[in-house]
Design a protein around this ligand. Structure first.
Ligand code: AMP
Ligand code: ZN
Length: 119
């Protein structure tokens, strides 16, 4: 993927980001437009478009992503009061960047799971 993908460019160091944790296979950095006191994006360094292709293509890497998210949640002091981990996927999910990323949100009560019900 590389130069066409914003988050691949962050992995490559071509675009700056506030990195809070890095492993051999994952990167966690602060969202540029935070929606909560803590809003960190956790990504695999390897390009997968979304959580479905990651989960089916490399379940072990998906597990490493969760381990990184959990470590960041601990570092940010979120384990006691809780947090939300979210993968927006595709058009209905409102995904805007097509390099899979978990949104780690916390630091305040986050309200209902959806802004409005759609059932
Ligand atoms: P999504 O709508 O789930 O695809 O989320 C994309 C997220 O990426 C949004 O929350 C944006 O604020 C965030 N974002 C976009 N560009 C950057 C950037 N350069 N650095 C950090 N976060 C970004
Ligand atoms: Zn990418």
């Amino acid at each position: 993927m590389g130069s066409d993908c914003l988050f691949c460019r962050i992995v490559a160091g071509e675009i700056p980001a506030t990195v809070v944790r890095e492993t051999d296979s994952t990167l966690a950095f602060r969202d540029i437009d935070p929606k909560a006191p803590v809003h960190v994006l956790v990504i695999p360094k390897e390009h997968y478009a979304d959580v479905a292709t990651l989960g089916q293509g490399d379940p072990a890497l998906a597990g490493e992503l969760l381990a990184t998210a959990a470590a960041v949640a601990e570092d940010e002091g979120l384990l006691g009061d809780g947090f939300r981990l979210m993968f927006n996927t595709g058009a209905y999910g409102g995904q805007e960047v097509f390099h899979v990323h978990a949104h780690l949100l916390g630091g305040a009560p986050l309200g209902p799971m959806l802004a409005r019900g759609v059932a």
